[in-house]
Design a binder for this molecule. Structure first.
Ligand code: GTP
Ligand code: MG
Length: 555
């Protein structure tokens, strides 16, 4: 794949096949082998969380002098990495080699003089850097590189795609433009780490970890940060207690249900963020949802965040997707393509409703890849067979075990191109018998639907739940119609002619709302869809009203 121009922006990008770029030089003494193989999900999480704890965020003047800033910071310790980005001005993310450097820096910084406002004296890892004498210092400034934190608009993407050689390259270009960058991942983990500082005020042993698309290899620049509060060592204490002739345990507040405890904890942390968190805005406590959460915008990092309390099943889903995303470079390219395609055609929407979620869509792609011959990814049952003792996870009575070491999974023999896979995806789901069959990733097989929901995708870990229960018939029909239309466009198109006519071709043609480019052809294949779409929009609005306070996490 040839990347030129703004596509190769000269900053760290993720490896195409792995979730997280493998930093070249890691902590001394670390297993050398870890640097070359793909890390396990747990290793990546630990390393990133640790990195985030040694990181600060500094708001800088618009004409910041990079060398001077680094020189100033170096008096507190070695700066391991840093980058600048724009978000309400220029910001610098600074990663120190040692955590102690942060305390040293915190000791040296001042408290803002409060003339108009009164400041809450919570000392975070967010600072403002100013020049005492901006005029004299401005002379030697050199422009700094700003790392982008959002993807290019679809319109620009389409232009780029038209310059590619074939559809497979187009799909890799889309992946490269949309996937999380090394810098964006650092920022996501920092946001979690900053929230952790509040949680630790009450629960010193707690951690805040990201889950969902921030860590499952399918995250797109601009997507939200899903994070959960983890009281990780409650289990450890339980086993410790068993040893010795005595029993000693903490006196703890007892509540009638886990849900109530979760609600109370989130309520207090939510209040903390709202009242004391620098740059935490629009804090919304959504405690009555199936999975209680606190939503807020974290202005310093620019993320929309969803904080919930440890949800083991959702974490297992994140790890499962991480494994699938790391197994073969085609997996992520296809998922990013389908997600982008679905968004353009209004099949997905960031508001909750009767449409297919990105999560369900990703599972559909995984299922399709399991169904190829030979399969591109293994079934969940096959991953479970490869699990060893340390991979055992029984959650709420469900066996959620699967292998964590990627080396144990045999690479696929399937050599189909992405172009073929894209076309076949549309064919497959354009003709899927949704009335009778459901999608089961554990078995990798179509199985009879256990109930009448229009779209039934088995929750891989809680086998009696359907992750796409929210999808109504009109939305499903719209998906089918768009898939058929897309398969038809890909089969019928004449790339040479389209290039001569300067028309978008291949993937680019699929990313233009169909009504706009070829409305007359579309009308025939979409007969009857119009009224359904309107009906479904009305349905969604109704549902939106009823559920505006809900989010489908951890169903
Ligand atoms: P984007 O945010 O759209 O990039 O994708 P995401 O995978 O992060 O989705 P979202 O933020 O909606 O949800 C975060 C995580 O919650 C998902 O990755 C899943 O692990 C879990 N989740 C979301 N929706 C469902 C659902 O309907 N059922 C189940 N079991 N888990 C869900
Ligand atoms: Mg998300």
């Amino acid at each position: 794949l040839h990347l030129s121009g703004p596509g190769a922006r000269g900053h760290a990008r993720l490896g195409r096949s792995g979730a997280v770029a493998q930093p070249a030089a890691e902590e001394p003494g670390e297993d050398a082998e870890v640097g070359t193989r793909k890390k396990t999900f747990a290793e990546v999480q630990t390393e990133r969380l640790n990195q985030a704890e040694r990181t600060v965020l500094i708001k800088c003047p618009s004409k910041v002098h990079e060398k001077k800033l680094l020189q100033y910071l170096s008096s507190h310790g070695n700066v391991k990495s840093h980058f600048f980005f724009e978000n309400r001005g220029i910001n610098a993310l600074i990663e120190f080699s040692e955590k102690s450097s942060i305390a040293s820096l915190q000791d040296a910084v001042g408290i803002p003089s409060a003339s108009e406002h009164h400041v809450v004296p919570f000392k975070s890892r967010l600072f403002t850097f100013t020049l005492k004498n901006p005029v004299s210092q401005r002379i030697e400034e050199t422009p700094i590189h700003l790392s982008p934190q959002c993807h290019i608009p679809v319109k620009d993407l389409i232009e780029k795609l038209c310059l590619a050689d074939n559809i497979s390259s187009q799909m890799y270009i889309l992946l490269n433009e949309y996937q999380l960058t090394e810098e964006n991942i650092k920022l996501r983990f920092l946001a979690c780490s900053l929230v952790r500082d509040f949680a630790c005020a009450y629960f010193p042993d707690s951690t805040v970890k990201p889950f969902g698309s921030s860590v499952n290899t399918f995250g797109k620049l601009g997507s939200d940060v899903d994070m959960f509060l983890d009281f990780c060592d409650t289990g450890k204490h339980a086993t410790k207690m068993k040893k010795g002739p005595f029993d000693m345990e903490y006196q703890m507040k007892r509540l009638p249900s886990e849900r109530l405890a979760t609600q109370r904890i989130l309520s207090v942390i939510g209040d903390c963020l709202d009242n004391f968190g620098p740059g935490c805005a629009n804090v919304q406590k959504i405690l009555n949802a199936r999975c209680p959460l606190v939503k807020f915008s974290h202005q310093p990092t620019g993320f929309q965040c969803d904080l919930s309390v440890s949800n083991s099943i959702a974490i297992r889903s994140s790890e499962l997707l991480y494994i699938y995303g790391c197994l073969d470079s085609r997996v992520r390219a296809l998922v990013f393509t389908i997600r982008c395609w679905a968004r353009v055609h209004g099949l997905t929407n960031s508001a909750p409703g009767t449409w297919i979620t990105n999560f369900s869509l990703t599972m559909m792609v995984m299922f399709f890849l399991q169904r190829r011959s030979p399969p591109i990814i293994p079934t969940l049952d096959q991953l479970k067979e490869l699990a060893d003792e340390k991979d055992k996870h029984i959650i709420g009575g469900y066996d959620c075990s699967f292998v964590s070491d990627l080396r144990k999974i045999k690479p696929t023999k399937n050599t189909e191109t992405l172009e073929v896979l894209l076309c076949e995806f549309f064919e497959y789901f354009g003709n899927f018998d949704f009335r009778r069959n459901s999608i089961n990733l554990r078995k990798g097989k179509e199985v009879n639907k256990p109930e009448s929901s229009p779209l039934y995708i088995w929750n891989p870990f809680e086998q009696d739940l359907n992750i796409s229960k929210n999808v109504n018939q009109p939305q499903l029909e719209k998906f089918i119609a768009m898939a058929r239309e897309s398969a038809w466009i890909l089969q019928k198109e004449d790339k040479t002619q389209q290039m001569i006519n300067k028309e978008p071709w291949g993937l680019a043609a699929l990313l233009i709302p169909f009504g706009k480019s070829n409305s007359s052809k579309m009308k025939n294949r979409m007969k009857g869809i119009g009224s359904e779409t309107i009906r479904s929009l009305l349905d969604s609005l109704k549902l939106n009203n009823a559920n505006s306070q809900q989010k489908a996490v951890g169903k």
